[in-house]
Design a binder for this molecule. Structure first.
Ligand code: ZN
Ligand code: ZN
Length: 412
């Protein structure tokens, strides 16, 4: 049997006042998700541990079976791998935001007005930037989606133990990166990052595209904010541990990168954008088409989380209903005797606060080998009544593979 796992980023929520204390999952019209809950086993899951607020990266590592406290080495490498950059073990990687700064380096907009069209060309202009003071350092920068990019530093004596240049809010100056320990590598890496930040600004500020943007009244995209310094985690691939072929269908670079770092294959699906416009049906089709070649397929949908960060309840409900269409397609186009279908979230994102929280998330699993409990609907509240009880993120994949008949017996 095969497994399809659908992760809707931050789909779980807290009670919302304008919904009379209900969650968006309780209020959305989502017949396919409810069918999975009704015909399967349900539970709640602490992605990392009870009360721990997960980032998407640590949560995904956990859901793929790795203890993030032991294996997580910063977000940067996931962004770089997901962007399709080649990353070696000692390379230091960052997530970058294309941003707008004034001439005193104060961040006016962390996303350069949510830049889209010009972003790729501007990043291209600094993609192979040289630093005269550090001839042994190679810099590679690649645009991913919207205002996002990935940065890789290659060369000797580098470390990820440095702080972000991203101030994480507007109207603050770009931070000088600081060493996080007293090694000479940390000091050297901060010098490189701070110089790189100034060089990027020098090139972008006078770039013809930014001249045009200013003339059109748009914010110039004249800086790159760096955060999440990281290296590729040292893990045994998921394919070795469980003896499976695994595929990830995701648009966001971070998610692609996490999956790639644990040995999963990736495919790009046309129309999968990682935002509200994403084509969820195209993703569902890609999963069904690839099912003959894989034992485990993970489908990730990002925009449920975006809606919560944007604190937009209506959009979140709409996005849940859009994900439901994906679930419906998978239900209708797979054989229940041959495929285990599971749904969950990587964490709760509160639409009232716009932040991730440490709440548990709902899990529903259905398939021929799965005991059916009495839960009727897919939600944080309903699933808590189910037969799966309360599990942790690292438990999920073994449970799914056991249902699929792919687990090895422990003992005789
Ligand atoms: Zn997430
Ligand atoms: Zn989020």
């Amino acid at each position: 049997m095969k497994v399809i796992l659908i992760i809707s980023d931050g789909i779980a929520d807290q009670p919302i006042k304008e919904l009379g204390g209900k969650t968006p999952l309780q209020m959305a019209n989502k017949p396919a998700m409810d069918e999975i809950a009704r015909t399967g086993v349900n539970g709640i899951m602490d992605p990392i541990a009870p009360g721990i607020t997960p980032g998407s990266d640590t949560a995904h590592l956990a859901i793929l079976g790795y203890d993030p406290y032991k294996k997580y080495e910063g977000r940067g490498a996931f962004e770089a791998l997901g962007a399709g950059l080649e990353v070696k073990t000692k390379d230091i990687c960052f997530r970058g935001n294309i941003a707008t700064v004034d001439n005193k380096f104060t961040v006016l907009d962390r996303r350069a007005g949510r830049i889209r069209d010009d972003a790729e060309e501007l990043v291209e202009a600094v993609s192979r930037i040289k630093l005269n003071f550090f001839p042994d350092i190679q810099v590679v920068i690649k645009h991913t989606i919207e205002h996002r990019c990935a940065i890789v530093l290659k060369g000797p004596h580098l470390t990820r133990m440095i702080s972000d240049t991203d101030p994480h809010k507007s109207n603050h100056q770009i931070n000088e990166s600081q060493p996080l320990n007293d090694s000479s590598e940390a000091l050297r890496t901060t010098h490189i990052v701070n110089l790189l930040t100034r060089e990027i600004h020098r090139i972008l500020d006078t770039h013809p595209i930014n001249m045009k943007r200013r003339a059109k009244g748009l914010l110039p995209a004249n800086a790159i904010l760096m955060r999440g310094a990281g290296v590729v985690p040292k893990v045994r691939p998921i394919t070795d541990i469980y003896g499976i072929k695994a595929l990830a269908i995701a648009a966001g670079a971070l998610y692609k990168g996490v999956c790639k770092s644990v040995g999963m294959d990736l495919i790009n699906v046309q129309g999968a954008t990682g935002d509200y416009e994403t084509n969820t049906i195209a993703k569902a089709k890609a999963a069904v088409e690839n099912l003959p070649r894989y034992d485990f397929i993970l489908i990730h949908i990002k925009a449920t989380d975006n809606a919560s960060h944007d604190m937009d309840v209506k959009k979140k409900i709409k996005m849940i209903e859009k994900v439901d269409k994906l679930v419906k397609y998978i239900l209708q186009n797979t054989d229940p005797d041959k495929v285990i279908i599971a749904m969950t979230a990587d964490h709760t994102t509160s639409t009232e606060s716009g932040e991730h929280t440490g709440d548990s998330v709902p899990v529903s699993i259905r398939g021929k080998t799965v005991r059916v409990d009495s839960v009727q609907r897919y939600s944080e509240i309903d699933c808590a009544q189910g037969g799966l009880g309360r599990i942790r993120g690292v438990n999920l994949l073994p449970i799914l593979l056991d249902y699929a008949g792919k687990s090895k017996k422990f003992g005789e």
